[in-house]
Unconditional design. Structure first.
Ligand code: HEC
Ligand code: HEC
Length: 472
């Protein structure tokens, strides 16, 4: 009995000694993508859609029922359908303008997606708009509006009112050389303000071109705890990796206080509610309880004493709330091709050249009243912070705390489906990049090191990295 036990023990020890190193070796060679369980659920388990058709950005989170499902549908209709000039029989949807850029939200965010910039000097602006200001700030810290034209150029107006003007876009090309001899052409836009309807602008006016971005997944971004975003910031670059990142702090018309900025290309809006109400006023000319005044500067209002009005306010709170609910509950498309060897390689390279220094892969949301957004592991590929991106991308126009060279890291989820949904692949705040490669090569400032590391990769590696971004 005793002998057998000892023999067993010895045998076991021997087996352990033989097999232990073998086990360790196996662990090391296991495929990397199995370490990231559920990585295809970019918007978490309840707010990811696997419809990869042209409607990929337009789905609701799973499990909306009853009045919630109705709110989504009605919110969608107020987002997509055109507003009309007052007075009209459709009183819920009248009050267009008087100044405007488009007749509906969907006019710029087509299929909840992203606009492309004008390709010729006379092409319509569509989803490209121009923020305007003059030096200094208004008392709440926002940019100081241009005295006659206000904070945004409205290139359209209702019948009988002169539009503010038009902006003509031309491009000049330059060539970037890779160390391996390959080249890539970049195009830089130049803008000329024409047809100004109310005289010349103040000589030192500043402008910021901004393209309409895709709007899915925003409820999840709003549900990220403020502390998480602030923890990404490294304002004085204490870790000396060249990447600082800092939060924008912007004025909330609801709390009447300064809050963390999350939305817009410079994180210049604190909430989806304020961004939405701001768009109704600034882009379509629809007043709301948040922004009750018509979108006219005093100089313009004096010229038009009897303007039509679609109610006070023009969009009622119940419908504004539905549009906000719609914005908050648009699901994110899931990943494709996560097991493709080249995509897996590209994912490693994305980390290796430190794209993840700003485009943070994995974040957990905090508590949210919409359960599908609450406490979810999401993969937005953003830190929602401002970064100095260098002079080549600069608009030279401050926006709250954001300087003329700073931009918010845009989320990269859904990137590979923009072509399917919107029929183009243009990227960056003004749509100058015609594809992901060009977008990367425009990176400078805090992202200079990362861009240089990308340029040092061989061609196959660069293609893998780009292929990975296309799987997002
Ligand atoms: C004229 C084109 C245009 C129209 C019309 C328009 N938008 Fe936008 N939208 C933009 C642009 C440009 C931005 C980026 C704004 C910025 O950076 O300041 C944007 C940004 C947004 C964002 C923030 C996205 C993000 O990732 O931060 C939301 C939300 C949004 N729009 C909702 C709406 C809603 C709701 C409407 C209708 C009431 C609307 N938009 C109408 C052009 C438009
Ligand atoms: C220092 C922070 C930072 C780093 C590092 C960084 N990015 Fe970015 N990225 C940004 C910012 C900010 C923008 C927006 C710039 C603009 O629109 O002018 C951006 C834009 C992009 C866009 C266009 C997104 C859109 O919606 O238009 C892509 C694609 C992108 N980055 C990929 C990468 C890749 C790939 C890497 C690594 C090689 C990388 N980025 C490294 C901050 C960073």
């Amino acid at each position: 009995m005793k002998k057998i036990t000892i023999a067993c023990l010895l045998g076991f020890l021997l087996l352990t000694i033989i097999y232990l190193p073998a086990c360790k070796k196996n662990e090391v060679t296991s495929p990397i993508n199995t370490e990231d369980a559920n990585e295809e659920y970019s918007g978490g388990l309840l707010a990811t859609t696997f419809d990869f058709s042209e409607n990929a950005f337009g789905h609701e989170v799973s499990g909306l029922q009853g009045t919630k499902a109705d709110d989504f549908v009605v919110g969608n209709s107020f987002f997509r359908n055109n507003w009309v000039t007052a007075p009209a029989s459709t009183t819920a949807r009248d009050g267009l303008g008087v100044m405007l850029n488009a007749q509906s939200c969907g006019g710029c965010h087509s299929k909840d997606g992203r606009a492309a910039p004008p390709e010729s000097p006379t092409a319509p602006l569509n989803g490209l708009l121009f923020r305007l200001s003059v030096p200094g700030t208004s008392p709440n810290g926002s940019p100081n509006p241009e005295p006659v034209y206000g904070g945004q150029l409205n290139n359209r107006a209702i019948l009988g009112v002169t539009p503010e003007g038009y902006v003509s876009t031309t491009y000049t090309e330059e060539t970037v050389n890779y160390p391996d001899g390959e080249t890539c052409k970049l195009r830089k836009p130049t803008y000329t303000f024409t047809n100004l309807g109310y005289g010349i602008m103040q000589a030192d006016f500043m402008f910021s071109p901004r393209i309409a971005n895709q709007v899915m997944g925003l409820g999840l971004l709003e549900a990220i705890p403020e502390a998480t975003i602030l923890a990404f910031a490294d304002e004085n670059d204490a870790d000396k990796n060249g990447i600082s990142g800092r939060p924008n702090k912007v004025y909330s018309v609801v709390s009447k206080k300064t809050e963390l900025g999350r939305f817009g290309w410079k994180a210049n809006q604190p909430t989806i509610m304020q961004q939405t109400a701001g768009a109704f006023k600034g882009d379509i000319g629809i007043t709301s309880s948040l922004f009750p005044d018509e979108n006219l500067t005093p100089a313009q209002a004096a010229l038009y004493p009897n303007l039509p009005n679609g109610g006070t306010p023009e969009i009622e709170d119940v419908n504004l709330n539905r549009v906000v609910f719609y914005m908050r509950t648009l699901a994110v498309p899931g990943r494709r091709n996560t097991n493709d060897a080249s995509v897996i390689k590209g994912k490693q390279l994305f980390t290796q050249v430190n794209c993840v220094g700003c485009h943070k892969a994995k974040i957990e949301t905090g508590f949210d009243i919409i359960p599908q957004l609450s406490k979810q592991v999401i993969r937005p590929y953003t830190d929602l912070l401002l970064h100095d991106m260098g002079t080549a991308l600069a608009d030279n126009r401050p926006d709250f705390l954001a300087t003329g060279t700073e931009w918010r890291t845009p989320p990269l989820w859904g990137l590979g489906l923009v072509k399917t949904v919107n029929g183009h692949t243009t990227l960056l705040h003004d749509g100058r990049a015609r594809n992901v490669e060009e977008a990367i090569l425009w990176h400078g400032g805090e992202a200079e090191k990362s861009k240089q590391a990308f340029k040092q990769l061989n061609k196959a590696e660069r293609l893998s990295l780009i292929k990975f971004t296309q799987s997002l």
